[in-house]
Design a protein around this ligand. Structure first.
Ligand SMILES: [Zn+2]
Ligand SMILES: [Zn+2]
Ligand SMILES: [Zn+2]
Length: 820
């Protein structure tokens, strides 16, 4: 805080406010505050944040600065207020000035706010027949509304958003210019007279003729469109009649249908060609959501909070939902309306709706009207469009409730509502881009002590996603004013994210080992610099020895990590094919557990051809096209197949999810299979004994549910024992649990229970997911720490990590990305 000379009657300061202060009603707040304290001057946005110049009576100015920090508007987050004194001018009045581009180069940019669900005031107006915005689907104010998904550039002003296409009417402009209005400088401010409109394009289940009903030049839907209220009524009727409607949301299109209509949901599943993943639900209100899933009070707050994520929680017995919504799952994913448009649809139908991403398979969610009127239209019977352009594609965010535990929920997918909020970086860095991994990909730009992790981009094995990745990088770089001098990537040379990094010229390149990035991401988000022991369990990542890692015990900090233990490695028969065919891992683990003999077990008879089984056993024995892997994800696959749950999967991790669901069905089973720790050069978790126990119990008629629970318990016990042992030996006080396998709530809870007695501080991911969505941030944290430790090497381009355990990586398996 600036020292103000209390002896002078009049003082003037130029102050800068850093933090999330644009697009959140900060300037009107400053304006109001200044007038309350009888101060004169101005306030404006620039590329860094908010700048103000105020003068007045010294004591009043002091109080003003205190309140500036202490009472910001609900969506703002003030990180720093710096002020310098200037000579008073004696001017009168207080003004809000237009934004000005051209802040000093190299400074971190202003923080663009995430999108915000409708606030209580706007909802009240939405349903008030006397209000001029009664039932207007684009109602918003400074406290709510679209932000990130409509922004084209900074500073955040209407001209640099997709609202620039709409000219405000006199009434809206009056609100916009009135400091006393809730819509003062609300950039997306609009009303039925001047703002975006909805239109319904009826398809009636037939594929659209080529070039049908294109959006007009002004973005409004063409022939066949029903405007406004009739469009909403038509959509609600279609939904109630059991039809499928594509709905344009904040960051992309959803496909919606009644959640209680077995036929409609089954039809949607068939049209989406996606038989496996559960569909998300949108409930009309909190009470309806609570009738579907078990939610703690904290989780109810999360569900109804401004971010409006999908919350995955235990399904309540008797939840009235079609079986096809989430077959084989103990959980349901539920959200509340994220826009006024959704709010109206739910009010008009009075039903919980399936609200699943408008995409096919692993492709990114559709976000352009052309897509909706083209291929997406063939999946829906009608398309509910609007003419406000989506600038940034953003999926729904997903969090997983941890139920009875008082731990915060697990972030599984961080996108709409959370991105692009920044995370602190514990070590300051030069302008940096970290490119992430391959599945569940994100990227991260960073500068100084701030990192912006992108919204979930998706599976980078898909060319459409790669294009989205490249566009996203450019957008973030522009939005936050970052020209990367350092580019960080995974060690896997075949990841498209790595190739993207290697194509960037005139930069310092740093490769970071995958599991070290997982560890660092967790340490960094907790602001932790100390050394930690870590269990990093996931599907796969290229290890420093050229094999496929995924069950790693690491000892390290932000800059450096050593592999100190791992799951016993077995063959990955057929490489990537093993991730899609869990039965191959069952075969591989049987070979390991029974001295090279693997009989097709009774639980899998008739599900796998004997000939294929024999062929896979043979390549695994010889090691042909079968790299070694220490992956815990693949061990889960093998056990799921042994239990007869899954022989093939479309998404990685599906078999493990069903194994967890089976274990939960077993209730409070506390038995655990042996999983010995073998002390050699590295500590080895030897799961061969576990596999022998599983085979024996299944043969003896023990149910797959009980077997699954005992498997989870055994792995948790071994993990806790290994971490405690390593921590004692190395004199370390912190343990980290991360990697995609720890999306498994049962395993995570068991590990936490068992580690509670160890005296260790156990860190788990919070703001970011345990899965590969956190890799980009972890890479940034590692690279920043390494550059600080040895800045001299920063001048040369280098492509391998200085991490001793990660030198000279060789690809485990050459593959090419799958083409659409
Ligand atoms: Zn509002
Ligand atoms: Zn208007
Ligand atoms: Zn991973």
């Amino acid at each position: 805080m600036i020292e103000l000379d209390g002896t002078r009657a009049r003082t003037r300061v130029r102050a800068r406010v850093d933090g999330l202060v644009q697009g959140v009603g900060f300037r009107p707040f400053v304006h109001r505050l200044a007038r309350e304290h009888a101060l004169s001057g101005w306030v404006r946005n620039d590329e860094r944040g908010v700048l103000l110049d105020v003068e007045g009576e010294t004591a009043a100015l002091q109080r003003f600065l205190e309140r500036l920090r202490g009472e910001p508007p609900p969506l703002a987050s003030v990180e720093r207020v710096s002020a310098e004194p200037l000579a008073p001018t004696g001017r009168e009045g207080f003004r809000i000035l237009d934004s000005e581009a051209g802040a000093s180069a190299g400074e971190p940019a202003a923080l663009v706010s995430p999108d915000v669900a409708p606030c209580a005031d706007c909802l009240a107006e939405l349903f008030d027949p006397g209000d001029r915005r009664h039932r207007y689907p684009f109602i918003n104010c400074t406290n709510c509304g679209p932000r990130f998904t409509i922004v084209r550039g900074v500073p955040y002003d209407r001209a640099r958003t997709s609202m620039s296409a709409f000219e405000m009417c006199a009434s809206c402009r009056e609100e916009y210019e009135d400091p006393a209005s809730r819509r003062f400088h609300a950039q997306p401010n609009a009303c039925p007279a001047c703002g975006p409109t909805v239109a319904l394009i009826e398809r009636r289940g037939t594929p659209p003729p080529a070039g049908c009903a294109p959006a007009g030049k002004d973005g409004r839907a063409g022939a066949g469109a029903m405007p406004g209220e009739s469009a909403l009524a038509g959509a609600a009727t279609a939904l109630l009649e059991g039809r499928i409607v594509a709905v344009k949301g904040l960051g992309g299109f959803h496909l919606a249908c009644r959640a209680d209509d077995e036929r409609a949901v089954a039809e949607l599943r068939a049209r989406k060609r996606r038989e496996e993943k559960p569909f998300a639900l949108m409930a009309p209100d909190l009470a309806a959501a609570c009738a579907l899933v078990d939610l703690s009070p904290a989780e109810q707050l999360l569900l109804s909070g401004a971010q409006r994520p999908i919350v995955i929680a235990r399904r309540r017995p008797g939840a009235r939902i079609a079986e096809a919504v989430a077959p084989g799952s103990a959980d349901l994913g539920v959200m509340l309306a994220s826009t006024p448009l959704h709010q109206l649809l739910l009010a008009d139908t009075g039903r919980t709706l399936v609200m699943t991403s408008g995409n096919l398979g692993d492709e990114p969610i559709a976000h352009r009207d052309e897509q909706a009127l083209g291929w997406l239209g063939t999946l829906a019977d009608a398309v509910l469009l609007h003419d406000r352009r989506i600038e940034v594609r953003a999926d729904d965010s997903i969090v997983r409730a941890l139920g009875a535990t008082d731990r915060p929920p697990l972030m599984l997918r961080r996108a709409r509502g959370y991105a692009p909020r920044s995370l602190p970086l514990p070590v300051p860095t030069a302008p940096m881009l970290a490119c992430g991994a391959e599945l569940k990909s994100t990227f991260c730009v960073a500068q100084g002590t701030r990192a912006w992790v992108s919204h979930h981009i998706g599976d980078l094995r898909n060319w459409e996603t790669l294009r989205s990745f490249g566009e996203g990088v450019e957008h973030f770089a522009a939005l936050f004013g970052i020209e990367p001098e350092v580019v960080v990537h995974d060690l896997h040379p075949d990841y498209l994210s790595t190739r993207y990094a290697l194509e960037r010229e005139h930069v310092t390149r740093i490769g970071v080992q995958h599991h070290h990035a997982h560890l660092a991401a967790c340490l960094a988000e907790h602001g932790e610099h100390e050394r930690a022991v870590a269990a990093i369990y996931d599907g796969s990542g290229l290890g420093g020895d050229g094999t496929v890692w995924g069950g790693e015990l690491l000892l390290g900090d932000l800059a450096h990590a050593d592999r100190v233990g791992h799951l016993r490695a077995v063959r990955l028969p057929g490489g990537d094919a093993a991730a899609r065919e869990p039965w191959r891992m069952a075969c591989s683990w049987l070979l390991a557990a029974f001295d090279g003999h693997a009989q097709l077990p009774a639980s899998m008879l008739g599900r796998v051809e004997q000939q294929r089984w024999d062929a896979v056993a043979e390549i695994a024995r010889r090691g042909t096209s079968s790299p070694l892997t220490s992956s815990v994800g693949r061990l889960f696959d093998g056990v799921a197949a042994l239990c007869g749950l899954r022989m093939t999967v479309r998404d990685e991790g599906r078999a493990a999810l069903e194994l967890e669901a089976a274990a939960i069905a077993a209730g409070r089973e506390r038995g655990a299979y042996p999983l010995p720790l073998i002390e050699a050069e590295l500590l080895e978790l030897d799961a061969r004994e576990t596999v022998r126990a599983i085979v024996g119990e299944l043969a003896a008629g023990v149910s797959p549910a009980v077997v699954s629970a005992r498997f989870h318990n055994g792995l948790a016990e071994a993990t806790a024992r290994a971490l405690s042992l390593l921590a004692r030996r190395e004199g370390v006080r912190i343990a980290v649990l991360s990697g995609g396998v720890f999306q498994n709530r049962l395993l995570l809870e068991r590990c936490l229970e068992l580690l509670a007695a160890s005296g260790l501080r156990v860190l788990t991911p919070r703001a970011l997911p345990p899965n590969d969505g956190a890799i980009s941030y972890g890479q940034a944290a590692v690279a920043a720490a390494q550059l600080r430790a040895s800045p001299s090497t920063a001048s040369a381009s280098r492509s391998t990590a200085s991490d001793s355990s990660c030198e000279s990586p060789a690809p485990a398996s050459k593959r090419s990305p799958s083409m659409p």
